[in-house]
Write a new protein. Sequence first.
Length: 247
Amino acid sequence: MANLKLIIAYDGTRYFGWQKTKMGPSIEGVLQEILEKVTQHPIKLQAASRTDAGVHAEGQVVNFIVQGNQPELSQFQLSLNQLLPPDMAVLSVEQMPDSFHPTLDARIKEYHYCATLARFQWPQHRMYSWHFPYPVDLTLMEKGSRYLIGEHDFSAFTNVNNEEPPDYTRTIESIDFCELGGGKVVIIIRGHQFLYRMARNLVGTLLYAGCGKLDVDLIPEVMESRDRKMAGVTAPSHGLFLHKVEY
């Protein structure tokens, strides 16, 4: 018996999120099916982040217990990738201590949000970048991001979710902006934990500040209000990537 950690990547376009649902295919459901086919026994998966429908991952962390003799890890990885659909891949397999938990042990989650701030967006980018065709001042976005860094009550930046904990205090370690040319910008958000849709709501709020729909100096007031309606729009899911999880 062994506790195995997988780092996986996926294109979330056709999936209804990480968690299994009756609405359609999920990342968890597809991965579990393939793992059970390879291991020949039931599998229970745990993931670092339960990504929403349409959200992508470049470094999702998953663990499960494999029964019996531990498989040869490189061959195990190869077998999984041969059976998984082309929009999913296992990047690495590693044996961990029995106590390892991908959610509880995570120190930092890093999300990347891709936005195209231009009059048009290449059609091939439409499922991986939010087209925001309005004039945006990145200096204002950077100023707004500074208000969000640190430990705060982020109630104003989460959507209603019955599974949300009563404590809305979270810590954002950093928010950075990477310009790639052609109006494409990657917003890099690093934090210890995230509330439901928090990363996407932070992005929407910063873009509203950048285009003048929200006074950037009112962001502290938005946080103090704990009112979701005072913050910016929820950015679409297809621009968000779970980039990596640090332990």
